[in-house]
Design a protein around this ligand. Structure first.
Ligand SMILES: Nc1ncnc2c1ncn2[C@@H]1O[C@H](COP(=O)(O)OP(=O)(O)OP(=O)(O)O)[C@@H](O)[C@H]1O
Ligand SMILES: [Mg+2]
Length: 368
């Protein structure tokens, strides 16, 4: 199968320091593909290499099956939208959108037709003759997107395009952008460090860390089957606990408590970091008993009602502090107040086991 975009053995060094190493990465035709990772993980560098703004140190990049190395930036037919979209403030909305076509010497009537089309697409037709500087942030961003779509790029690269906008507007533009991308069937490589944004918009996500892709897959798969501790903790909330492999089917926490655990390649005695999602922790009053396989005793230390869920902190004997989010389904949900005793449980498969790197954990065991 031919891919829209392929990176092979790509590396990038700055002043002799390797900041990116991507042995293999394929983006499919029509895919919404995100690069997600913390600051400095190499997301923007990857985009710049694809766009041709920076030269590769080694490796090759193919678009539509052709090596782009000999193709100059302006001939790559790639649309690029950055966070700090630079519109021409003294031009109207329509003039801004027409600009890329004028530099390409497209005939006038054709320009008029395509600009009108794009104005409809990005929902700015009523604002066509307004000065770009007078638009709201969201409108300006839509002009920037429109200006890119107007020359029908074969690939659209976006680097935190919604980063400067407030949350409400960002969510709306996320939906609009995704709808537009589906409608046009355009291939998008989208950079963000916002996990919710990546999860809600992407067909697939490459999770980047320190210049490498830690894991690549569909959002749900990454969330449910993280292959590294970093991925597990970067996507969504987690409890991270330290434990030891005690047998092929169990693990032991520091003060001797033993619980059933999924199979893994870790040998008996191996030090592990164990992650458990808060929404996978079941709480119950000591009378009714928990639903999960494990039954441990704990004490509620905090309970915060957040609308659809309540977020609990529970001190579990022999393990430490666990976060638990309990979904309210109808009137049938557990409410515990600080100081209340509870039973705590989870399904064995909800524990994710990783070899303990020995580093300091962000979240994890309580002090006692
Ligand atoms: N021109 C440059 N010269 C030297 N080092 C650079 C240059 N550009 C990027 N780097 C380094 O490369 C690494 C990756 O940077 P990059 O901009 O790709 O990160 P990022 O994932 O986009 O981060 P952010 O989320 O902060 O935008 C960083 O360590 C950065 O300091
Ligand atoms: Mg960046």
């Amino acid at each position: 199968m031919s891919h829209k975009l392929s990176l092979r053995e790509v590396t990038k060094d700055y002043h002799g320091v390797r900041v990116l190493s991507v042995p293999e990465l394929d983006v499919r035709e029509g895919e919404f593909f995100s690069l997600l990772g913390p600051s400095g993980s190499g997301k923007t560098t990857t985009l710049k290499l694809i766009a041709g703004f920076e030269a590769l140190t080694t490796g090759s990049i193919e678009i539509d099956g052709r090596d782009v190395a000999p193709v100059p930036v302006e001939k790559r037919n790639i649309g690029v939208v950055f966070q700090n979209y630079a519109l021409f403030p003294h031009m109207t909305v329509a003039q801004n959108i027409a600009f890329p076509l004028e530099t390409r010497r497209v005939p006038r009537p054709e320009i008029a037709r395509r600009v009108a089309e794009v104005l409809e697409l990005v929902d700015l037709a009523p604002h066509r003759d307004k000065n770009a500087a007078l638009l709201s942030g969201g409108q300006q961003q839509r002009v920037a997107i429109g200006r890119t779509l107007v020359f029908e790029p074969s690939l659209l690269l976006m680097d935190e395009p919604l980063g400067a906008l407030d949350r409400k507007l960002r969510q709306r533009l996320q939906e609009e952008l995704r709808a537009l991308q589906r409608k046009l069937g355009i291939t998008v490589v989208y950079v963000t460090h916002d996990q919710d944004e990546a999860m809600s918009m992407s067909d697939r996500i490459a999770i980047m860390n320190h210049g490498v892709v830690e894991q690549l897959g569909a959002p749900r798969g990454l969330y449910d089957r993280p292959e590294t501790l970093f991925v597990s903790n970067f996507l969504g909330d987690n409890n991270t606990l330290r434990a030891q492999r005690s047998s092929a089917s169990s693990l032991r926490f520091s003060d001797g408590i033993e619980v059933p655990a999924p199979e893994s390649a870790h040998p008996a005695g191996a030090a592990l970091s164990v992650t458990l999602r808060p929404e996978r922790v079941a709480l119950a009053s000591p009378v009714s008993g928990p639903q999960g396989a494990s039954r441990l005793r704990g004490t509620v230390t905090d309970a915060v009602a957040l609308g659809a869920i309540t977020s609990y902190s529970v001190r579990v004997d022999g393990i430490g502090d666990l976060k638990a989010s309990v979904q309210h389904s109808g009137g049938d949900y557990f409410i515990g107040a600080p100081g209340d005793e509870v039973l705590v449980g989870w399904d064995v498969e909800d524990l994710h086991l990783f070899a303990d790197s020995g580093g300091v954990l962000d979240a994890g065991l309580g002090d006692d």
